[in-house]
Design a protein around this ligand. Sequence first.
Ligand code: FAD
Length: 586
Amino acid sequence: MSDGGILRKVDKVIRKKRFENIDVKVEDSVVYLNGKVSSWDDFVEIGSLIGAIKNIRGVVNRLEYPGEIRRERKKGNREKSGEADVVIIGGGVTGCSIARELSKYKVKVILVEKEDDVACGATKANNAMVHSGIGEKVGTLKQKLCVKGHFMYGELAKELNVPFKRCGMLIILTKDSLSKLKIPQFLANFIAKRIIPFIVVRRGKKIGIPIKLVDREELMEKERYVTERALAAVSSPSYGVICPYFFTIALAENATDNGVEFMLDTEVVDVTVENDGVKSVVTTKGTIDTRFVINAAGLYADEVAEMAGAREYTIHPKKGATLLFDKELGNYINRSMSLLRFPRAEHYKGGGIMVTVDSNIQWGPTIAECPEKEDTSVTAEDIEKIFESYTPLLPDFPKKSVITYFAGIRASTFTEDFFIEASKKVKGFIHVAGIQSPGLAAAPAVADMVVDILKNEGLTLKQRESFNPYRDKTTIFRDLDIKEKKRLIEKNPRYGKIMCRCEQVTEGEIVDAIHSKLPALSVDAIKRRTRAGMGRCQGGFCLPHVVEILSRETGIPIEKIQKNGKGSNLFVGKAKCLLGDKHDGN
Ligand SMILES: Cc1cc2nc3c(=O)[nH]c(=O)nc-3n(C[C@H](O)[C@H](O)[C@H](O)COP(=O)(O)OP(=O)(O)OC[C@H]3O[C@@H](n4cnc5c(N)ncnc54)[C@H](O)[C@@H]3O)c2cc1C
């Protein structure tokens, strides 16, 4: 459709909804909105309605609304600090997958991440599902990359030495699946049992994934705690599960081994452009000259694109909360499961009850538009909603065994698909934006696609003969047999000291993490590498020990140790300091 045709359609939407004071421009099938609306809800509604128009590439929604939070851009350091063929912005699973893929070639790559570790954005707060693609709209980029990516995980996990399980997924239909449609129960049962499962299977075959019908009897045999109201299910056996941060750290470590430079705790604040092409990336720690920039900045991808004058989308954050249960329930289910309900919410797979590689079961996630990109709070309503949504699947599940909850934010564009392409405005600027779910599953395929784009854009990529795909296995003490444990302790007695009782993490593993290729320099960075603090007591026992070890190994004074990066100090000083002059300082 021509830009004129798109403009006419957009005008129609705006008139129909009676929005006023909105200025619309269309360029290269991207819609730019300027003006004012009366609320965040209106901002989202209009963006979504326009984003749903066919053939639109992007919606740049610059509409102002009351209460809008505008972030001040940090000051950069304009002094040259280095140069690279490619600068990747963002150290999530997307950026790290691209970094690792590019490390196969003879190019200088620098990855810049604003946090003090990789995997600190959506990558650390998702459901760890390596989706098969069955839940995605057929024909979307995210669906295609998900299918391709999820097949790549087996090999990748072996090379990187990270736990990965093809746990499978059961999509379950019950007597309540169509209850909202207000049709007679016998008809609802018939459709749920005899029609929908066949449609799902056909869809799976169409996108090229293994898929199978499961009748009620087989379902009850496979999963004995599933609701009695179940009628049928579809099994998607290639569904997998991986620890998303452990995987991302492994990608980053392997990329480091193969020559990629990681600049952590470094924020990109500007991208300079000369003769319509990328010239350099300005960070808080200096300026890097480069010809190619990969924008994998997650929630901030729109702001980073704006820095380069290459914005073609707006990110509207969507929050998702999840509950995590104690490992003692690890065998309650054998595979992940979701409940198929109609009508289906748009752009939401519906969540479910999922297994993890570490045996904790998860319930969630919810979905809600969220004006603040950093708002990862979880409310009592979120928790109630999760129980309400998934209890119908496993009615007798011992819910009291919940050990924690968390929320992550999806970086959605208004077209609700991945936006991966070379900028039409600035040569050398590559968008890898809108990476909402299934961004984890798709990451290896996204990396492949980005490498192809770089080649098309003129980057010469010659294979690096010395590329080593393998990452050494890190010691996971709890997984060793008794003989190996003994041998290890004889070699290094620190492996004989359990610091985290819930997860059986030793002092030796914590020290390893601190001195690893991508050193863990905060409490949470150690947690992501070792699981210290992830058990039932959530760090109640091991936190002081971890802090002491971190301080001892790095020389960082205890009161300066951070939980998860700048400004997250755990201690304000020695207890008696708070008494003022009357104390002796001890
Ligand atoms: C609740 C929830 C559940 C999900 N479940 C699944 C699932 O089960 N399976 C699945 O496949 N997907 C899932 N997803 C989606 C998946 O988590 C994301 O698609 C994926 O993590 C995106 O990775 P990313 O690297 O693109 O973004 P991020 O992980 O957010 O990384 C972006 C990085 O860029 C950095 N950055 C931003 N701005 C700058 C700057 N100016 N300078 C330097 N660095 C910057 C950030 O600090 C961040 O680390 C889920 C998402 C959510 C929120």
